[in-house]
Write a protein of this length. Structure first.
Length: 336
């Protein structure tokens, strides 16, 4: 498939992306919460369990993998990449090296990993990856974010995206505005708008074809500690308004991250946006915790709980699939 075709396949109707690219330290934290030792075997079992869920491909178009997972094989010896491909799920890969302190900017981060990226992308393409992801982290606080931080991260995102296109992988561009803090939804809107304006400016300056990328942003939310929390409708309206102003129509799709939202809140917000409708791009999801958390709890590290865990994962995938067309409602949760 061409890059345009792959991007469109990832935002096909009713479908979205599973973010299963937690680093080894991050997945250890998830496993610690349920009292499971994080080992190569337990990580492989858990991810294979998700990938082999019956009919998950009805609602999951792609899966972002971590380096270890891209190289692993299932219990029967089938490479996990092949297992996904056999279900029509596009394999992807996280390629950044994480957010590190930005020199000269206390409290702010820059994502590293550009050194040697071209060679890593060549290897990842050979291993079966067909899209990639790079996450930038933007904090809101007293005097933050700075223009310096926004410009540095926008530049790095565009350099990454240009290299991906060169090597035949669809770049998922992820500038995440963190919602930790007491800031209002108006502040979230302003920072999101400014960030995306700079990101798309850099993408164009660095000759990245927008038809060949996907955007993975935050929703426009109230800070999680803000006393006045915006309603589901207000979040949807503010998010759609912001993105209509700054996201070019050439972009095939926007695949939202869930951030620290609850499972059902992430679904409800996406659903309400799609009910508003009338935008030039597909509005979809690329969720990690908001898809996985119920399955993780149901599994608890016990092989005998595999079926229950897969049912929990399938349910969340199905709910988000419904939200893609604005057909989700609370009754669907209760019925399950």
């Amino acid at each position: 498939m061409s890059l345009e075709q792959t991007a469109l396949a990832l935002v096909a109707p009713r479908k979205g992306i599973l973010a299963a690219d937690e680093s080894t330290p991050t997945i250890k934290k998830r496993f610690d919460q349920i009292g499971v030792e994080s080992s190569e075997d337990t990580r492989r079992f858990y991810r294979e369990m998700l990938f082999t869920t019956d009919h998950c491909e009805d609602f999951i178009s792609g899966a972002i993998l971590y380096d270890e997972t891209l190289r692993q094989s299932a219990a029967d010896g089938t490479p996990l990449v092949k297992l996904l491909e056999n279900r029509g799920i596009v394999p992807g890969i996280k390629v950044d090296a994480g957010a590190k302190d930005l020199a000269g900017a206390p409290g702010e981060k820059i994502t590293e990993g550009l050194d040697g990226l071209r060679d890593r992308l060549i290897e990842y393409h050979g291993l079966g990856a067909r899209f990639a992801k790079w996450r930038a982290v933007i904090a809101i606080g007293d005097g933050l974010p700075s223009e310096y931080c926004l410009a540095a991260n926008a530049h790095a995102l565009a350099r990454y995206a240009a290299l991906c296109v060169e090597q035949g992988l669809v770049p998922i561009v992820e500038p995440e505005i963190l919602m930790d803090g007491t800031h209002t939804i108006e502040t979230s809107y302003a920072v999101t708008e400014r960030t995306l304006t700079l990101v798309f400016g850099e993408l164009l300056a660095q000759r990245v074809p927008l038809e060949q990328i996907l955007l993975k942003p935050n929703m426009v939310l109230s800070g999680y500690e803000c006393p006045q929390q915006a309603s589901v409708r207000e979040v949807a309206e503010q998010t759609v308004r912001c993105f209509r102003r700054v996201v070019p129509a050439a972009v095939p799709g926007i695949v939202f991250l869930s951030g620290g939202q609850s499972d059902e809140a992430a679904t409800a917000h996406l659903n309400e946006m799609n009910r508003i409708g009338g935008f030039p791009w597909q509005l979809s999801f690329s969720y990690g915790r908001a898809l996985q958390q119920p399955a993780l709890k149901a599994w608890g590290g016990k092989p005998e709980n595999k079926t229950a865990a897969q049912q929990a994962f399938f349910h969340r995938a199905k709910m988000n699939g419904a939200a893609r067309s604005g057909d989700y409602d609370d009754a669907m949760e209760q019925a399950a």
